[in-house]
Write a protein that binds this ligand. Structure first.
Ligand code: FES
Ligand code: FES
Length: 169
């Protein structure tokens, strides 16, 4: 009798992404990063190392920055996920995005969405950080282009921007 191959079991989960509830059917082993990129078309978060070293995949989970490459999608059910795609409002860039543009906080741009999401989490938790606190807060995000001075300058420039830093406003 021929062996019957059944693909991996999938489970249905509901994710809250950028304020919208979406239902997906995924294998339990799938990472949040792969589900965001491949199932939901949210390709802002990048896969750099895939093993928790570079920060290119950074998104916010319940307001805290996390590596989406190390996070299982099934563990995110019922929690609030924010990605770079959810930052702008009504065509206006988020203050941190604006500051990155103004201060040239990037070169190739591969790390940029992760840098911005970490900066948003940092400033929401600590609205007036010192330069040292910014450097420490962004330590989990690597930039192979070495744009660090401009990245730090951009994060500091975003402090106290009119309109605040809450993307939900
Ligand atoms: S891709 Fe997630 S930390 Fe590098
Ligand atoms: S801007 Fe190229 S890796 Fe950071």
């Amino acid at each position: 009798m021929p062996l019957e191959f059944r693909g991996p079991e999938r489970v249905g989960i509901t994710l809250n992404v950028n304020g919208r509830r979406v239902e997906v059917h995924v294998e339990p082993r799938r990472t949040l990063l792969s589900v965001l990129r491949e199932e939901l078309g949210l390709t802002g978060a990048k896969e750099g190392c895939g093993e928790g070293n570079c920060g290119a995949c950074t998104v916010l989970l319940d307001g805290r920055s996390i590596y989406a490459c190390l996070t299982l999608a099934v563990d995110c059910e019922g929690r609030e996920i924010r990605t770079i795609e959810g930052l702008s409002r009504g065509g206006e860039l988020h203050p941190v995005q604006e500051a990155f543009v103004e201060k040239d906080g990037y070169q190739c741009g591969f790390c940029t969405s992760g840098q911005i999401m970490s900066a948003v989490a940092l400033l929401e938790e600590k609205p007036s950080p010192t330069e040292e606190e910014v450097r420490r807060g962004m330590v989990g995000n690597l930039c192979r282009c070495g744009a660090y001075p401009n990245i730090v300058e951009a994060v500091l420039a975003a402090v106290g921007r009119e309109g605040g830093l809450d993307a939900e406003d």
